[in-house]
Structure formats: C-alpha cells, structure tokens
Design a protein around this ligand. Structure first.
Ligand SMILES: *[C@@H]1O[C@H](CO)[C@@H](O)[C@H](O)[C@H]1NC(C)=O
Ligand SMILES: *[C@@H]1O[C@H](CO)[C@@H](O)[C@H](O)[C@H]1NC(C)=O
Length: 348
C-alpha cells in the first residue's frame, strides 16, 4: 500500500505512455480525494469526456474511485487461484498490457469495473450524502405481500446510468465501430446487469419485542462479492464472438454457430487467452514461477496446471492455531495453541 501512496504523485504528474487498459481504473490505485473541479483536469487516466463528467459530478467522484478499488479487489479475490491472478503491475496502467487483447480476462475486468462504479455510486446515493441522487422513492406504498415499502430502495437506475456515461465514454470516444469497442461495451453492460438483475428485497420488522406486526422492505443490491462470483461464472462460460455486419449494423455473433447466442448478461471475447505460464510484459503476464499451488487439486490451482508442467518445490512450515477449544459456562471459549506442520508447494 505504501507503494501506491507514492503512486499518487505519479498519477498526477507522470504523463508517460499508457497501455490500452482501462485507464480510469488508476483512480482505484490512488488515495486521492476528488473534492474540487480543478483536480479533475489533473487526474491521469480520464479522457476529455470523463473530465467533463468529473467536473459536473465532483461529489460522485469519490464513489467512482471506491468502485474502481472494489473492482480491483474483487478481481483479485475471484482470480486468486488462476495463473493470471489479477495482480496490479503499476499504479498507472493497473493491470499492464493484459487488457490489450480482447481476451476473457479483459472481458471480466471490463464487466467488474463497470459493475463496481454502478454499485458504489448506487450505495452512495442510498446513504443520503449526495445532492444529485438519493433513494429510489418510486417503489413505495403497500405491497400486495402485506408489507410496506420503505421508500428508500437502492437507486440502481441512477448508478447504472452514471456508470454507463462514465465507463462507456472511453469506447464511444476511441474505437468507433471496432470489434473491441463492441466487446467492451457489451461486457460493461453485462457487468451492470449483474447488479441490476439480481436486486433483492430486504426487510426490517417493527413491533413489540421483535414481532413482525409491521414490516418495511426495500429493494437492495446484491453484495459486491455476489456480483463478483456471478461474473466469474460468466467468465468461465464466456462466448468467443466475432464481429459481423448484419444489414447496416455491426454486431458480435458467436464464432461457433452451434452454441446458443449470448445474452446481454453473458461475457464475450474475441481472442483466446495466452497461457500466462511465462513472464511476458507485452501480454501482461507475470508467469507462474513462485506461485503457491495445490498438489492434490486437478483444477487450475493444482500444481500440474499452475506450474505449466515445470514442477514445484515443497516447503514445510509450522503453523500455530487455536485448538482443543472448550466452552466454559458462561460465556467464554478457551483454546490451546497447537503447532502443526504443513507443506506448501511453489511452482518452479
Ligand atoms: C499473483 O501472482 C503474482 C505473480 O504471478 C504473485 O507475485 C502474487 O503473489 C500472486 N498473488 C496472490 C494473491 O496469489
Ligand atoms: C487443494 O485441493 C483439494 C482438492 O480440490 C481441496 O480439497 C483442498 O481444500 C485444497 N487445499 C487448499 C489449501 O486449497
């Protein structure tokens, strides 16, 4: 984290070349607080359209920063057992060149980033601290199910609209009509839908001693962990697509015509991913040397696949844990400390 604190300086001053990543994600790597319009001009990673949006919505920008940060964290959580584990390579390009190609990894990062902004802005709206937006009050009154709507549902329509304006700005601006632009826009939208389509109803009971005589409910977003898990499933089942001209429009259609066409919630990609076995900065790969692997797993976290057949070395490690815990009446738990030797495997 200290490293990224230094990164703010770079973020403000360094105007060196950036890779083709999602440049505004750099916001999530800084701890800068955006509280004046002037700061918008100094932020690296925003295009002109995004700078205009920043100036018009200064109070929302810290939520965008927060959305970028939670998207990066969630990507790392969901990908921790994969060869490409969503590691950030520097505070400006964030993921390096991994987003240069239209791979599934790029698809996931676009979707989670757009979802992150939508989620974070919506949360800020509900908190009541913003002037531009608040709760969704259109859902109110008595429900046929016998409860009362609180009138303060999460305003995902606002969060999604802001995400669309801010996050999609870059694609509309840059590669007009290209397959990559279509892919990125599709995946951005899939990310936003992964929040919107899975809103749930949460309730609170009022009444004497917790009875539920009066129940008020509101529509609430899924947690961001749930959004991340859903998008990870979409990553696993992503559709390889190709740009086709249909009439005057271009659109993405599945490469394999036997497959059912992708929906608005599915992720699409244009090129197969590299294997990420060896370090190669030009494709954003750090390689898997030194990565922890699981010797009893046959999946991608298993040593065979993770280490790409290069083999692994094993280290024994002592771990100290709480054990033989006893419950004492009333009310505490007393444990002993146990030492246990564990084996850890690292890729060669
Ligand atoms: C992700 O991978 C990089 C290099 O491949 C490694 O240095 C880092 O520790 C990994 N992160 C996690 C959380 O495993
Ligand atoms: C290793 O993989 C096995 C089999 O998939 C699993 O049961 C176990 O929990 C994994 N161990 C760790 C430390 O993740």
């Amino acid at each position: 984290m200290e490293v990224w604190a230094l990164g703010i300086g770079i973020l403000l001053l360094d105007r060196c070349q950036l890779s083709d990543g999602i440049k505004w994600l750099a916001l999530g790597m800084s701890s800068i607080s955006i509280n004046t319009e002037q700061i918008c001009d100094e932020l690296i990673g925003l295009n002109n359209r995004q700078k205009v949006l920043c100036k018009r919505n200064v109070e929302i920008m810290n939520s965008v920063t927060m959305g970028a940060r939670t998207a990066i964290d969630e990507c790392q959580y969901q990908f921790k057992n994969r060869r490409w584990n969503c590691s950030t390579v520097d505070p400006v390009s964030v993921f390096g060149n991994v987003l240069d190609q239209g791979t599934r990894e790029a698809a996931f990062v676009h979707a989670i980033s757009a979802a992150g902004v939508a989620h974070s802005v919506t949360r800020a709206c509900s908190s009541g601290e913003l002037e531009k937006c608040g709760c969704d009050r259109t859902i109110n009154g008595k429900s046929p199910d016998g409860f009362t709507w609180s009138g303060c549902s999460d305003n995902i329509a606002y969060g999604n609209a802001f995400s669309k304006a801010f996050v999609d700005a870059r694609e509309r601006h840059r590669h007009k009509g290209g397959g990559r632009a279509l892919m990125n826009l599709h995946n951005n939208e899939a990310g936003r839908r992964s929040v919107e389509k899975h809103m749930k109803v949460e309730c609170k009971c009022h009444g004497v001693s917790g009875s539920c005589e009066l129940k008020t409910c509101w529509r609430a977003m899924p947690t961001f962990r749930e959004v991340g898990a859903r998008l990870k499933e979409k990553f696993d089942g992503a559709t390889e697509a190709i740009q086709e001209r249909i009439g005057t429009r271009r659109q993405l259609v599945p490469v394999n015509k036997q497959f059912k066409p992708h929906t608005h919630e599915d992720l699409v990609y244009l090129v197969p991913s590299p294997d990420f076995c060896d370090p190669d900065p030009s494709i954003g790969s750090l390689g898997t040397r030194g990565r922890l692997c699981n010797s009893s797993s046959k999946a991608i976290d298993g040593c065979d696949l993770m280490c790409c057949g290069r083999g692994f070395k094993t280290r024994r490690k002592m771990v100290v844990e709480r054990c033989m815990c006893k419950f004492h009446w009333c009310c505490y738990v007393k444990c002993k400390e146990c030492r246990r030797e564990v084996e850890e495997h690292y890729c060669l």
